[in-house]
Design a protein around this ligand. Structure first.
Ligand code: GN1
Ligand code: MG
Length: 354
């Protein structure tokens, strides 16, 4: 992306800072994200939101702003500058006073970069897992009294199992012979796990497991930590919507307890780390035990398996579809991601009781 374009877009926002330089953050698979260094006290995150995937970007941005404002309202004794160090803060544009800027069909948004913060692609110690669990617990607590009817469904049926199976079946029908052959072993695994992978969905539909405000993309790289390894807050609130806590708990475990990156090709490196699971669960329950029901508690291990599975299914679907959804760096990238997730299911099945 050309510097002059980024600089001009950044200057549409109301921040009183001058652009010095930028770098791209490559961790996400959907949006384009840049960190903008400035001459002011704050640096910023500038993000181009993928409007092919997110059909209602103004609605998505409104969701994120509402949730941030709700969280901020819980700290009435803090100053704005203190809050900007611990809660996401979105910036309006100068002209339209909206939280996004539309240019040449692209939607952009800006938020203050929380300085001295780090993210982890991979968890190397138990303390991070424990802190991660507390962060998610805090997020769910802080948003538990938010009226979720104010939020739009950014991606309808996002973690809905029958919907993901339908997309998968269509992809299988239209896939090339070569890709079907490559995916054969995993197509078999999907069929084998199908019934078990609908248990949580059914409990959600019967109302036995309640809907809450959930984050829906809790991979560990979406948690911010300070230099002392303490959790600051959860970021990437693009997919905040009503959901069940199992989505968030499970998706976090998917990345925290994988001994390798989500797309590690050498799947012998992929193992499920039970110690990190226990640490994450401990942090999570310290924050949520008094507010979650026995049935929610009982299904936490199955949540982990289900969320690894749904990501495996989505990566496999995208591979069969010839990579129309996730950004890929090479031809087999989505298949490698799927293989990796299936290996994680295999390893976790030896260590957890569902
Ligand atoms: C996508 O782009 P990113 O990294 O925030 C995806 C998540 C997946 C994740 C897998 C909107 O998130 O559901 O868990 O990739 N987001 C969307 O790494 O599909
Ligand atoms: Mg995301």
């Amino acid at each position: 992306m050309e510097t002059s374009i980024l600089k001009s877009i950044f200057n549409q926002f109301d921040h009183k800072a001058n652009y010095i330089c930028h770098s791209e953050l490559n961790s996400g698979h959907i949006n384009d994200t840049f960190i903008i260094k400035t001459d002011s006290n704050s640096n910023y995150i500038l993000q181009r939101i993928n409007h092919t995937i997110f059909k209602d970007v103004p609605g998505l941005v409104n969701n994120k702003v509402l949730i941030s404002n709700h969280i901020r309202s819980k700290y009435q004794n803090s100053t704005k500058s203190d809050l900007d160090k611990t809660v996401l803060s979105f910036v309006k544009t100068k002209d339209t006073e909206l939280y996004y800027h539309l240019e040449n069909g692209n939607f952009w948004n800006v938020m203050i970069f929380i300085d001295n913060s780090i993210t982890h692609e991979l968890v190397k110690d138990e303390e991070i897992a424990y802190e991660g669990g507390k962060l998610l617990g805090d997020f769910l607590n802080l948003t538990s009294d938010f009226d979720s009817s104010m939020l739009i469904d950014v991606i309808p049926n996002f973690h809905d199992m029958p919907f993901r199976f339908k997309q998968y079946s269509e992809a299988k029908k239209n896939a090339s012979k070569e890709r079907l052959k490559e995916a054969e072993k995993y197509i078999y695994l999907v069929a084998k796990l199908k019934n078990e992978m609908h248990i949580l969905q059914n409990l959600k539909e019967t109302g036995e497991i309640p809907l809450r405000v959930t984050h829906n993309d809790t991979k560990i790289s979406n948690s911010l930590f300070d230099k002392n390894q303490k959790g600051i807050c959860m970021i990437d609130t693009d997919t905040v919507m009503p959901g069940i806590i199992h989505y968030d708990f499970g998706d976090a475990i998917r990345t925290i307890c994988n001994t390798a990156a989500e797309d590690e090709k050498d799947i012998s490196k992929v193992e499920f780390n039970l110690q990190f699971y226990k640490a994450y669960e401990k942090g999570f329950l310290e924050k949520t035990r008094s507010s979650i029901s026995d049935i929610e508690l009982k299904y936490l291990p199955l949540a982990a398996k289900t969320m690894v599975f749904i990501m495996a299914l989505r990566f496999l679907t995208d591979y069969l579809n010839k990579d129309v959804y996730y950004k890929i760096k090479y031809e087999e990238h989505n298949l490698d991601r799927a293989k990796n997730q299936f290996k994680l299911i295999e390893s976790m099945s030896l260590k957890l009781q569902f």
